[in-house]
Write a protein that binds this ligand. Structure first.
Ligand code: SF4
Length: 159
């Protein structure tokens, strides 16, 4: 079974600051799965390092005011294409990110405050029937493909 995973959780230095969010427990857990690593922001053409970005209304804006909505959408489309190619039904994505977060994301003020909402990629994957888990709640997943209506893993269904 294929599982899409935020590349930063696997130790890839693809964060805005050139670092990663390595989660060793998750890496160990995933040994029995086929992994599809993805960093949607890099896939969408953004550099490493880069300005941090947050969702604000319908756009994604960098801390210095640049509109990077298009790059975020390109990254989301690339992630969806990759998932479809492998018939991947589950993604474990970094929580709170403007790309990968699901249920709660940073609120657009760059003050570490959260609001209800989804990252651009997480939202597109979810809209296409992929179950979205994060680095905290994946452990509740029993390893089986889940139907779209199943959303009892701490994720907030905003749809
Ligand atoms: S876009 Fe996702 S995978 Fe890439 S650094 Fe941000 S949280 Fe990690």
């Amino acid at each position: 079974m294929w599982v899409m995973v935020s590349a930063c959780l696997l130790g890839q230095n693809c964060k805005y600051n050139g670092k990663n969010n390595l989660n060793a427990d998750l890496v160990e857990y995933l040994k029995s799965y086929h992994i599809l690593p993805i960093c949607p922001e890099v896939e969408g053409g953004l550099s490493i390092p880069r300005m941090p970005s947050e969702r604000y209304l319908e756009k994604v804006i960098t801390k210095d005011g640049q509109d990077v909505t298009e790059q975020f959408q390109l990254g989301a489309t690339a992630a969806l294409q990759l998932a479809k190619q492998q018939n991947c039904r589950v993604a474990i994505l970094k929580k709170n990110s403007p790309s990968c977060g699901f249920g709660e994301i940073y609120d657009g003020t760059f003050s570490s405050r959260l609001k209800q909402g989804n990252g651009v990629t997480a939202e597109l994957l979810y809209q296409n029937g992929i179950v979205i888990l994060n680095e905290d709640n994946y452990i509740k997943w029993d390893g089986s493909p889940l139907s779209k209506k199943t959303n009892d893993y701490g994720c907030i269904n905003l749809k």
